[in-house]
Design a protein around this ligand. Structure first.
Ligand code: PLP
Length: 415
């Protein structure tokens, strides 16, 4: 793995680290691939790819109940990953780490269990105008079922949350506040610590959607004091179909199970069933074993590079990208918050984002276009969608130059 031998004066050698990602070294439409769709999903380092093939080549087996050697190896690797996640998040214990399919499932799990158990008619749940649909719809379903109300924190023209409006929304009917740490559409980093503190003072619990935070910064659940937090493995350099729901032990223990099946039980009889301890209570059925293992490897990998170094380098890319793209005639950046992660959403004149996306693809440049699963936010800005370039630590300034050059070419063709 390149990362371990890359350090010069404690600064990572980003070009060397890039060699860990085989997918990046290819041509698309005859041009060098520039992958700027990292907010949708990240590329995978060799250590993660090798961990998955190693699992299938050497110790593929179902976990937890097997007496045989392969089952023991698989169980140990899977549970070691849970410890890695717990350490990475600074959770109190690995019992607070529930493996799920991703952020979407983490939110649905909490809405369907904690939500159903604790929300009643007249209660209020707060989200922001900037949420991904997966942090809106599960709460809408819960509100519809229980006769509760969904309240929305508005944003300003820069794409920042209006915290003073949030404080006005809080009251003794507020039960749950669910907010993204970082906006996937605009890159805004929300003041989640302040949001959590205020919610707790009002007696509400807080879910943090950390899908876009985990790849870019240190996330410490004890420091934040969030009650629940969810993220997806595939955005943090691991594979798809695996993610984590963190929850405080005392909350998880009181919650009913989410799904019934194998593994989540202590004993089953037709007179009645008793449930397993956390986290297994929430892990019915055979899980995504190789995904769980890959997640631990991916978190170790970014720890080895250093999350502070990653954040600092990606911030440089953000500044360089913002300056470079701003020099393109007619380009308008949507989302200019003071505190941003490495995402640039933009529009150029009246050109449809999709048309730009298609022409960029012809130049080998991969960006995302559309509403980014944030239709209410797009409505707030009176637009249908944006072009979004999102950077990871394996991206370079030269690639940003290539994006700018390709954009200029595309605008020339479309005008
Ligand atoms: N929340 C945010 C902020 C996201 O960016 C995403 C995915 O883009 C999700 C939730 C949903 O993640 P997943 O589809 O991996 O469950």
């Amino acid at each position: 793995m390149a990362v371990s031998s890359s350090s010069k004066n404690n600064l990572p050698d980003w070009a060397y680290i890039r060699t860990d990602f085989p997918i990046l070294h290819q041509k698309i439409n005859g041009k060098k691939l520039v992958y700027f769709d990292n907010a949708a999903t990240s590329q995978k380092p060799l250590s993660v790819i090798n961990a998955v093939s190693d699992y299938y080549e050497r110790y593929n087996s179902n976990i937890h109940r097997g007496a045989h050697y392969l089952a023991q190896l698989a169980t140990e690797a899977y549970e070691r990953s849970r410890q890695t996640v717990a350490q990475h998040l600074n959770a109190n214990s690995e019992a607070e780490i529930n493996f799920v399919r991703g952020t979407t499932e983490a939110i649905n799990l909490v809405a369907s269990t904690y939500g159903r158990q604790n929300i009643k008619s007249g209660d209020e749940i707060i989200v922001t105008e900037m949420e991904h649909h997966s942090n809106i719809v599960p709460w809408q379903l819960l509100c519809a079922e229980k006769g509760a109300t969904l309240k929305v924190i508005p944003v300003n023209d820069k794409g920042e949350l209006l915290v003073e409006e949030y404080l006005k929304l809080l009251n003794n009917k507020t039960r749950i506040v669910s907010v993204a740490y970082v906006s996937n559409a605009l890159g805004t980093i929300h003041p989640v610590k302040e949001i959590i503190e205020a919610a707790h003072q009002a007696g509400a619990v807080v879910f943090i959607d950390a899908a876009q935070a985990m790849p870019h910064m240190k996330v410490d659940v004890q420091e934040l004091d969030c009650d629940f937090l969810g993220f997806s493995g595939h955005k943090v350099y691991a594979t798809t179909g695996i993610g984590v729901l963190y929850g405080k032990r005392e909350l998880l223990e009181k919650m009913p199970p989410y799904m019934g099946g194998g593994e989540m039980i202590k004993s089953v009889s037709f007179k009645g069933t008793t449930y397993n301890e956390i986290p297994y209570k929430f892990e019915a059925g055979t899980p995504n074993i190789e995904g769980g293992i890959a997640l631990g490897v991916a978190l170790n990998y970014i720890q080895l590079i250093g999350l502070d170094q990653i954040a600092a380098y990606e911030h440089e890319l953000l500044l360089y990208g913002t300056e470079t793209l701003s020099s393109i005639e007619g380009l308008r950046i949507i989302g200019t918050a003071e505190n941003k992660s490495s995402v640039i959403s933009f529009l150029i004149n009246n050109i449809h984002p999709y048309d730009l996306g298609v022409l960029l693809n012809e130049q080998g440049v991969a960006i995302r276009t559309g509403h980014h699963c944030c239709q209410p936010l797009m409505d707030r800005f009176g637009i249908e969608g944006t072009c979004r370039a999102s950077f990871a630590f394996y991206n370079t300034r030269e690639e940003i130059d290539q994006l700018a050059e390709s954009l200029n070419r595309a605008v020339h063709l479309l005008s």
